[in-house]
Design a protein around this ligand. Structure first.
Ligand code: ZN
Length: 245
């Protein structure tokens, strides 16, 4: 198996491969219209900025995909002004924003309780985005959730049976393609592909996992200082930036 790099050019190659293979890029709503289709899904587990970068790459290729955002994350706050701006930018590029739901943000619950929590988060996200949110994906779902085939009124569950049984599912979770994604696309064996990528891992140059995680963690310092500056009048007069970072 050839090693797939986690770069924008490798991602573009993947997209070209799909196009060459006759796969039409579809959404969760219109895939039935194409004989051969691929749904591009992105779960935003940690960085909206990284998602925006990949979204721009896709936009330049004329592609649209679905970006799923967490409401319960400590990494980003979808209600903040800057986050809402980023999500608006994603949508203006033609991408869809769906809900990424983390069941572990709640105590263990029944299927009915999980469904109710998803709908509650859906309502909050819809209100923030000022547009209906109609798709959901699960963040690190439990076996029970995977098997539940949750039916959520008014929403498409990307973990529903259709997208796992009628589609060939390929994912780069934990920065590793579990199956030879390029070979599978080239083989043309499957008419329907469901591809999950995490924008977090993709950069201009190929990075190691340590480099990607390390630079993300280090960049948080400067971000935190900027946030302090926004919230404390004339911060620089009471504490020097250099001594903080
Ligand atoms: Zn996730």
């Amino acid at each position: 198996m050839s090693r797939v790099e986690f770069t924008y050019s490798a991602y573009k190659n993947l997209m070209n491969l799909l196009q060459t293979g006759g796969y039409r890029v579809c959404s969760y709503h219109n895939w039935q219209d194409a004989a051969r289709c691929v749904i591009l899904r992105h779960d935003i587990d940690s960085s909206l900025d990284q998602a925006l970068e990949l979204a721009r790459v896709e936009q330049k290729l004329g592609l649209s995909s679905t970006y799923f955002v967490l409401l319960s994350s400590d990494f980003y706050n979808v209600a903040s002004r800057s986050s809402r701006g980023k999500l608006r930018a994603l949508r203006e590029m033609g991408h869809e924003v769906g809900l990424h739901f983390d069941e572990k943000a709640y105590p263990e619950g029944t299927t009915a309780e999980t469904t109710a929590r998803i709908l509650k988060e859906r309502d909050i996200l819809s209100a923030l985005l000022e547009t209906p949110v109609t798709t959901v994906s699960m963040h690190r779902p439990s076996q029970a959730t995977l098997e539940a085939d949750l039916v959520i009124p008014g929403m498409i569950n990307s973990y529903g049976r259709t997208f796992f049984h009628d589609f060939k599912y390929l994912s780069d979770s934990r920065r590793r393609w579990r199956e030879p994604v390029e070979e599978i696309i080239r083989s043309g064996e499957y008419d329907r592909l469901h591809i999950l990528t995490h924008a977090f891992w993709y950069h201009e140059a190929d990075e190691s996992i340590t480099e990607t995680v390390g630079s993300f963690i280090r960049s948080a310092n400067a971000e935190r200082y900027a946030q302090m500056q926004e919230n404390i009048t004339d911060l620089a007069s009471i504490v020097e930036r250099e001594t903080c970072l």
